[in-house]
Design a protein around this ligand. Sequence first.
Ligand code: MG
Length: 254
Amino acid sequence: MKRVLLSLCVLGAVTAYSQNQNPENAKMKPEMTEFWDPEVKVVTPSENNINAPSDAVVLFDGTSESLIQNWTNAKGEAPGWNVADNCVTVVKGTGTINTKMAFEDFQLHIEWRSPGIVDPESKSQGRGNSGVFMQGLYELQVLDNYNNRTYRNGQAGSFYKQYAPLVNVCKKPGEWQTYDVIFTAPRFKADSTVFSPARATVLQNGVLVQNNVSLFGPTEYIGIPKYKFHGPGSIVLQDHGNPVSYRNIWIRKL
Ligand code: MG
């Protein structure tokens, strides 16, 4: 009985506290702040929470058919990258590949693997370099930074030359790694100047490496980024001359 009385006292105190915070609440009923419609859409997750959920667009499922259906090289031709063992690997000199579809705001899942055999002469930016470009313009760096230092805003998990990753969570070369990206496209005013910059959150191997960062503009190798008006854009994967592999790529439009 004592316990019931105590609970009632606590509930009374909490109710009084919340009403004191906003006197208008005293006139309200609980259902006045309950929203039922439209009902939230049902999405079925994958069994392992890594494969595509039911509402995702699968951009690469490990087959050549999937690659040819969804990707081209920069000339609009079939990609020259190599498909084997459920993954696609950069073939040096064949150039970037890009999705045929263009995207604005999205959730992207992509898995990548640095080459397993490391050239002992390779270091810094020369080891397992590739990249994932959001809208073809904003590079999330792919690099083998397992015991390989480089400039902090150019290592794996960085938005190249803009934001270093919060931590270095790279696995050994030859092991598969994941990127999960939440990307909000920039918005532009009628005069084509930027209204709100692109924003991105990234988890690498399930660990937060970019926390809702505000990008300065499209990635530049040399110089300061600057926004220029653009519409929806492709996901682009970089050929930087190293045989980096990708698999299980899917995207959800937001
Ligand atoms: Mg790169």
